[in-house]
Design a binder for this molecule. Structure first.
Ligand code: ATP
Ligand code: MG
Length: 362
């Protein structure tokens, strides 16, 4: 899968830009703060309809403007035109000029894999951030995932609201709570199944990928979930046992909204035991596993974004990594320093120079 053309309008610090990309390697360079990450963020948002840097879509709108449009020509077997339009009222997405009313029908079309400096912090970050990443990854592959997730979150809100009401009123309808619990568990189990399947797939590849970069250590990811190895009956019984406590606390105390992913290197939690380098390489191995899964399930490679690669890894590692990248993967690298990139690589790449608020191909 390749993005051939990107067109942005009033996106972040750009008023207008149109870029024609190389099908292999694209290098975006310029000084700090000029808008390099903004460009790859536009590609990411074209695919996912969301940024990886902000939860508020409106931050993507150029300051002082009221809307932004990201448009791209993406080639799978044939070319299609994709658009994401964000304004004060919300978001609209289009494929070949047809409005797509369900976001889930849009997101599963363009696959991107992203490596950015923040990813290195994922071990120190919150479970919530780790779930967010996981959600974005799975929603690219499984159309229904986002629907289940949105419904789960809605049901969770309703349930928490009801628990608080019950506390304030001093009584609750067991029947109504049972209905909400049943709905929550049904949706939660669907999400659990997809998360488990996805992380099982990651584990098929991640150790082998890790060994392509590092010589020692066994790497695997572990899915931590309240629903692990439990039947629906088990889970429901557990909720029922905790109803009183939940009413007092005013919230749902277990469920897939507490899920987490931990990385184990040679059976030890890498967040607590791993060196900086081991952590970085584990993340990179995860990304390579992600690429392999996407290739396997869609029969096509994703678009790969490496934001600020050189701040994340040392030169020696980068050389290895670039060697690992398949020629069939369209790749975007942002950097402040072209000299760090191998000459041979530069020769075959398209290079885009970013200067404050504008970008040109050189
Ligand atoms: N909504 C917006 N409207 C206008 N400008 C914005 C908006 N959002 C961000 N910016 C500007 O974009 C710039 C940051 O761009 P970006 O993060 O892409 O920089 P960068 O080239 O990746 O820098 P670095 O090398 O430090 O990572 C900042 O100057 C910021 O003020
Ligand atoms: Mg940047």
């Amino acid at each position: 899968m390749k993005i051939n053309v990107l067109k942005i309008h009033n996106f972040r610090n750009y008023e207008k830009a149109t870029l024609n990309f190389n099908e292999h390697l694209n290098i975006i360079y310029g000084k700090n703060g000029v808008g390099k990450t903004n460009l790859v963020e536009a590609i990411y948002a074209l695919a996912i309809t969301k940024s990886f840097r902000t939860n508020n879509d409106k931050n993507l709108i150029k300051m002082g403007e009221v809307s932004t449009k990201i448009e791209g020509v993406v080639e799978k077997n044939t070319e299609s035109n994709y658009q994401v339009i964000i304004n004060e009222e919300g978001k609209k997405v289009k494929i070949d000029n047809n409005i797509i009313s369900k976001i889930s029908d849009y997101i599963a079309n363009i696959n991107v894999v992203l490596l950015e400096p923040e990813e290195q912090m994922i071990f120190k970050s919150s479970p919530q951030n780790r779930r967010k990443k996981l959600n974005m990854e799975i929603s690219q592959l499984k159309k229904d995932y986002i629907l289940y997730l949105n419904n789960y979150n809605k049901t969770l809100k309703q349930r928490n609201f009801y628990l608080r009401e019950a506390y304030i009123n001093g009584n609750s309808s067991q029947e109504y709570l049972d209905i909400l619990t049943d709905k929550l568990v049904d949706l939660g189990l669907k999400i659990h199944t997809l998360r488990k399947e996805y992380l099982d797939n990651i584990n098929i590849y991640i150790n082998e990928k890790y060994h392509e970069i590092m010589s020692s250590g066994e790497l695997e990811v572990k899915y931590v979930s309240d629903y692990n190895n439990k039947s629906k009956e088990n889970i429901i019984a557990n909720y029922q046992k905790n109803y009183n406590r939940e009413v007092i606390m005013g919230k749902t105390l277990s469920g897939i909204h507490h899920d987490d992913v931990i990385f184990m290197l040679s059976k030890k939690n890498i967040a607590e035991w791993g060196s900086n380098g081991q952590q970085k390489n584990a993340i990179f191995a995860y990304k390579l596993a992600e690429i392999a899964i996407i290739k396997e399930s869609t029969n096509d490679y994703p678009i790969l974004i490496l934001d600020d690669l050189f701040s994340a890894l040392d030169n020696e590692k980068i050389k290895n990594i670039i060697k690992l990248l398949n020629d069939n993967i369209q790749t975007f690298i942002t950097t402040t320093d072209l000299n760090k990139i191998n000459k041979k690589l530069l020769k075959n790449a398209d290079i885009f120079q970013v200067e404050s608020n504008s970008v040109k191909e050189v």
